[in-house]
Design a protein around this ligand. Structure first.
Ligand code: DQQ
Length: 573
C-alpha cells in the first residue's frame, strides 16, 4: 500500500451519538496544520507530461465525469491548500479531446451546513431533458456523511462553471430509524431510470464488516426513499467506496447509457475497497423486478476478485460518452512516495489515462484500452523488425524519448511445451510476481520491457510475462516489478501481478505501456489485464531514461511487433 495513501486512511476514533445508535468513525486522516502551499520547486522530474494533473496540490477521486454540449468535464477531489488530503473541494477542468485540459474555478466547495466539513465524491446524471445534475457526499457539522444535489446555474454554458446547491439538501441522511452508519455512507453513483420512471442510485456503505451498495429510489430526483434491501452486499469486505454500476453490451465493444437494460446487456458492479485500496468488479445480472444485482457464477465478490488494474488505481468512475458511443473509465493513481516527499514536490496524485471499457467476448471480464485520442500525441515512431529474442538477451531501443513514450510489443512463444510447471499453490499472482521478479531466470519468461532504465540498469521498472504449464492449459502471468525502480528506498516498491486470460498456443502476447516520467501504465493481452506503477527513478530521468526489450528466460521468444513513439506533451493547465 502507498505510504501516502496509508496516511489518509482510516484512523480509528469513534463518537457515539443518540445512545450509541448513530456511530461515527473518522474515515479520513486530517492534516490540521497544513498551510496554504507555496510554489512547487522548479526541478520536477516526476511530473507527468500527458497524464492529467493540476499544477500543484493534492488530488484524489475523479468525480462526476461527463460530456455536455460536446465538452468533456473532469471534476475531482482537490485540496486547494496543499499536497496532502484535506479541505476537499470539487476542482473542475474541461476538454474537447480528453487529452488537453483547461481549468475552471472549483465547481463545488463547502458552503452550506450539509457540506461544510467537506465536499466528497459523487457522480453526474444526465436527465432525459439533457440537463446534468450532480449528487455528491457532504460532511455536515456533526461529521455525518449525507447526500446532496447540485444543478448548473446556466445550462447554455457548455463549461458549466457555476453550480447551485439544492435548498432541500441533504436529500439522503443517516437517521436512527434507517440505521445507516453515519461515517460510512458516501459516494453516490450515476443514477439510472427504470422503465417504471423511477430513478435509482447507489450509496457505498458498510454494516460492521459487510460492504453495502445501499439503494435509494426517487420519482423526482429530489425526494429519495431508501430501499429495504441494498442492491448488493458482501460479507467481510469492509467499506465500499465509490461504487459504480453500469450496463455493458454483450458481444459488442460499444458503450451504452447507464439506464439501459435488456437481454443485450450484462451489468457491472465496481467497488473501491477501502481496506485494500483496490477497485474490484463483478459481471452479473441486474434483476429489475427485485432491484437486486447478482454476480454471475464464478465471479468473485471480494478482495481476490477481478480488478480494473492490479497496480495503483483507485476510486474510479465511468461515464457514457454519447459523442462516441463508448463508456470511459477514469481512475486515480495515488503516489508511492512518502508524504514528506509529496510535500516537498508540492503535489500528490495523477489521473490514469481515460480508458474505453467494454465486455470481453468471453462475457466474463472487462477489456480496457486507452482512448484513441491519446494517439494524437504520438510522434517519431520507431519499429523493431520481427525477430527472435534469444533467452538471456536484451535489446536497447533508441530514437524515442524513453521517459515519455507509448510502446506496443507482441510476442509469440516458440517452444511452449518447455514452460515451467505451475505449482497449484501459486494462486496469488502478485505474490508470484514478487517471488519471481524480473531478475529471476525462468524458462518461458520473464520477457517484456525494461522501462525508465538507467544507463547501467541499476534502475529499471520491468513489465513482463511468464508462461507456466497449468493442469489443463498454459497460464500467463503479467508482472510489473518496481523493486529496482529507484535508488531512493523511501518509496513503496511493491511488485504487482495479474493472471492474463490469453491462450499463448493460439494468441500472441501483447503489451502496451504508457511511460510518463513517474508512471508506467501497462495493458496486457490487448487490455485484458492492466497494471499501473508509480516510480521515482533518481538516475533514469528525462533524457537519461532508457528503454529495453528483454528476455530473461532460457527459451527464445519471437518479437512479432514492436512500435514505440515519443509522446508530445499534452496541454494541461
Ligand atoms: N475519497 C473521498 C470519499 C471517498 C474516498 C474523500 C475514496 O468520498 O470514499 O476524498 O478515495
Amino acid at each position: 500500500m502507498a505510504i501516502s495513501s496509508a496516511a489518509w486512511l482510516l484512523f480509528s476514533s469513534f463518537l457515539f451519538l443518540s445512545h450509541g445508535v448513530l456511530q461515527l468513525q473518522a474515515s479520513h486522516h486530517l492534516y490540521r496544520d497544513i498551510k496554504a502551499s507555496s510554489s512547487p520547486p522548479a526541478f520536477q522530474p516526476y511530473r507527468t507530461s500527458y497524464h492529467f494533473q493540476p499544477p500543484k496540490n493534492w488530488i484524489n477521486d475523479p468525480n462526476g465525469p461527463m460530456i455536455y454540449k460536446g465538452v468533456y468535464h473532469l471534476l475531482y477531489q482537490y485540496n486547494p491548500k496543499g499536497a496532502v488530503w484535506g479541505n476537499i473541494v470539487w476542482a473542475h477542468s474541461t476538454s474537447t479531446d480528453l487529452v488537453n485540459w483547461t481549468p475552471h474555478v472549483p465547481a463545488i466547495y463547502p458552503s452550506q451546513p450539509s457540506d461544510i466539513n467537506g465536499c466528497w465524491s459523487g457522480s453526474t446524471t444526465i436527465l432525459p431533458s439533457g440537463k446534468p445534475v450532480i449528487l455528491y457526499t457532504g460532511v455536515n457539522p456533526q461529521n455525518q456523511q449525507v447526500q446532496n444535489l447540485a444543478t448548473p446555474k446556466n445550462l447554455s454554458d457548455p463549461y458549466l462553471t457555476q453550480w447551485v446547491k439544492s435548498t432541500k439538501n441533504p436529500l439522503m441522511a443517516p437517521t436512527i430509524a434507517n440505521q445507516i452508519n453515519a461515517s460510512s455512507f458516501r459516494d453516490p453513483t450515476t443514477a439510472w431510470l427504470g422503465p417504471d420512471r423511477i430513478w435509482r442510485v447507489l450509496i457505498g456503505s458498510k454494516r460492521n464488516r459487510r460492504g453495502l451498495a445501499i439503494l435509494y429510489r426517487s420519482k423526482d430526483f429530489v425526494h429519495w426513499t431508501k430501499s429495504q434491501h441494498p442492491l448488493h452486499s458482501a460479507t467481510d469486505t469492509g467499506m465500499w467506496e465509490c461504487p459504480d454500476f453500469f450496463p455493458v453490451r454483450i458481444n459488442a465493444n460499444i458503450g451504452v447509457d447507464t439506464s439501459v437494460i435488456g437481454p443485450h446487456v450484462k451489468h457491472v458492479l465496481k467497488l473501491s475497497l477501502d481496506d485494500t485500496k483496490h477497485d474490484y468488479y463483478t459481471v452479473g445480472t441486474y434483476n429489475l423486478n427485485k432491484d437486486i444485482y447478482v454476480p454471475d457464477k464464478g465471479q468473485v465478490d471480494s478482495d481476490s476478485g477481478l480488478r480494473y488494474d492490479y497496480g495503483k488505481f483507485y476510486a474510479s468512475k465511468t461515464f457514457f460518452d454519447t459523442a462516441k458511443n463508448r463508456r470511459i473509465l477514469w481512475g486515480w493513481i495515488n503516489e508511492s512516495s512518502s508524504v514528506e516527499d509529496d510535500i516537498k514536490k508540492g503535489w500528490s496524485g495523477v489521473m490514469a489515462i481515460p480508458r474505453s471499457i467494454w465486455l470481453d467476448k468471453s462475457g466474463k471480464q472487462l477489456v480496457q484500452w486507452p482512448i484513441s485520442e491519446l494517439e494524437r500525441l504520438r510522434e517519431n515512431q520507431v519499429n523493431l523488425p520481427n525477430q527472435v529474442l534469444k533467452g538471456g538477451l536484451a535489446i536497447e531501443v533508441s530514437g524515442v524519448t524513453s521517459a515519455q513514450a507509448d510502446v506496443e510489443i507482441s510476442f509469440r512463444t516458440i517452444e511452449l511445451q518447455n514452460a515451467e510447471k505451475l505449482d497449484p499453490s501459486w494462486t496469488n499472482p502478485q505474490a508470484l510476481c514478487s517471488q519471481k521478479g524480473a531478475s529471476v531466470k525462468g524458462r518461458l519468461g520473464p520477457f517484456g520491457l525494461l522501462a525508465l532504465a538507467s544507463k547501467g540498469l541499476q534502475e529499471q521498472t520491468a513489465v513482463f510475462f511468464r508462461i507456466f504449464k497449468g493442469q489443463d492449459k498454459y497460464v500467463v502471468l503479467m508482472c510489473s516489478d518496481q523493486s529496482r525502480s529507484s535508488l531512493n528506498n523511501g518509496n513503496d516498491k511493491t511488485t504487482y501481478g495479474a493472471f492474463l486470460d490469453v491462450n499463448p498456443s493460439r494468441d500472441e502476447l501483447s503489451l502496451r505501456s504508457l511511460i510518463d516520467h513517474s508512471i508506467v501504465e501497462s495493458f496486457g493481452g490487448e487490455g485484458k489485464a492492466c497494471i499501473t506503477a508509480r516510480v521515482y527513478p533518481t538516475l533514469a530521468i528525462q533524457n537519461e531514461a532508457h528503454l529495453h526489450v528483454f528476455n530473461n528466460g532460457t527459451e527464445n521468444v519471437q518479437i512479432t511487433r514492436f512500435s514505440a513513439w515519443s509522446m508530445k506533451k499534452a496541454i494541461i493547465t
